[in-house]
Design a protein around this ligand. Structure first.
Ligand SMILES: [Zn+2]
Length: 389
């Protein structure tokens, strides 16, 4: 959430019906981290740390792998007057992201600015509103080159009642010093079988869960959105059919590229709907509290746009994975069916299909550096047109 002073999230707390009356020692671990998928090492580290937290933690790992759920579970353990019981009002509000002593600072532009860092500093100087401590969360630390000196000062002279949780996709050289002032917690992409098992518990049938888990590329956020995405299967079929539909003409390549890009655009719809609902909820909240508008609305909209762009790019990458798989399957079929065409022809075909797989995988890698996926996709399909179905 962009709003300082309470992270009004959409996900509800787990509502765990546990008990606090069991004697210390045989009490089961409270359900603070139930919303985290995988990340056992990070959960264990944070759970242990919460008993006597240091002043700053840095979560390092790819986006969408459970950062929010980890932060909320950890914050509940830190803020709860009973050490993280999982059932009290503090725990429940923290897990739902609506506790006033859990505050999040998101960058207001393309990078964390000096102004953003100053907001962090002033929050750190504030007294906790309810309990003995507050948790200040700062996301996208890898984009904090300019803000780093200001943040560093706060991290070096921490106020006693603030616990920082910073998160970053990676630690670039200019942030090594900031990172060195924090306890580092490493997060991993979630393995496909772990994601698939989780999707099954969410009611997805096993075959579809396996497909989705691969398409999610290690991201729980992406997997979660695919569950509500009715067109997921149709989009994968579209990518799989590309080799059969290419007919050697540039016109077909161009129209197929347009179709694939259109489908990637459509794939963003569930995320857009979720963003729309989030904004509606914030507007209703603002109205209820007599505010004239949603505080930080521009920041929230910028974040939504960024997430939607990234989602679209991820969708194309997942599609390219399906396309490479389609050529690989043809390659295998060609090799195993050699008796039909004879060895000479097979040799050429195998080379051609191997090259096709290579082209597709090459574009996947290139997409990380080059944001113009439309041009790259069209160029790829023109190239693949030479490889006959
Ligand atoms: Zn509690």
């Amino acid at each position: 959430m962009t709003t300082d002073g309470g992270a009004a999230g959409a996900t509800a707390g787990p509502g765990h019906p546990g008990t606090t009356s069991v004697a210390e020692g045989d009490r089961p671990a409270p359900a603070l981290f139930d919303a985290v998928v995988g990340q056992e090492a990070a959960v264990a580290q944070l759970r242990a740390s919460a008993r006597r937290p240091v002043h700053a933690y840095l979560l390092v790992g790819p986006p969408g792998v459970g950062q929010e759920a980890l932060v909320r579970g950890f914050a509940a353990a830190v803020l709860c007057p009973h050490g993280g019981c999982g059932v009290c009002s503090t725990c429940r509000r923290t897990l739902a992201g609506v506790h006033p002593d859990l505050v999040e600072v998101h960058r207001s532009g393309a990078a964390l600015s000096v102004a953003d860092a100053r907001r962090v500093v002033s929050l750190a100087q504030r007294r906790p509103l309810e309990g003995r401590r507050q948790v200040v969360v700062v996301t996208d630390l890898h984009l904090a080159r300019l803000a780093a000196p200001v943040l560093l000062k706060t991290l070096e002279e921490p106020a006693g009642d603030t616990v920082f949780v910073l998160s970053a996709d990676l630690v670039p050289p200019e942030l090594v010093t900031v990172a060195s002032r924090c306890v580092r917690v490493d997060l991993q992409p979630v393995a496909p079988d772990v994601l698939a098992r989780w999707l099954v518990t969410e009611g997805v049938d096993i075959a579809r869960a396996r497909e989705m888990a691969i398409a999610a590329g290690g991201s729980v956020d992406r997997a979660r959105l695919l569950v509500d995405d009715e067109d997921f299967g149709a989009r994968r079929r579209l990518w799989r059919e590309v080799p059969a539909r290419l007919d050697g003409t540039g016109a077909t390549a161009a129209s197929l590229a347009a179709e694939l890009l259109g489908s990637a655009e459509q794939a963003v719809e569930p995320l857009r709907a979720r963003h729309g609902a989030e904004m509606q909820a914030l507007m209703a909240q603002a109205e209820a509290t007599g505010e004239r508008g949603v505080p930080g609305r521009k920041d929230i909209e910028d974040r939504h746009n960024r997430e939607e762009r990234r989602w679209r790019a991820d969708e194309i990458k997942a599609g390219l994975g399906v396309l490479a798989g389609a050529y690989r399957d043809r390659l295998v079929a060609e090799v195993t069916g050699a008796r039909v065409s004879g060895p000479v022809r097979v040799g050429e075909r195998v080379q051609e299909l191997s090259a096709a797989v290579g082209y597709v995988e090459g574009v996947c890698v290139e997409m990380i550096r080059n944001p113009n996926e439309s041009l790259m996709l069209e160029a790829l399909l023109v190239r693949l047109s030479a490889v006959t179905g």
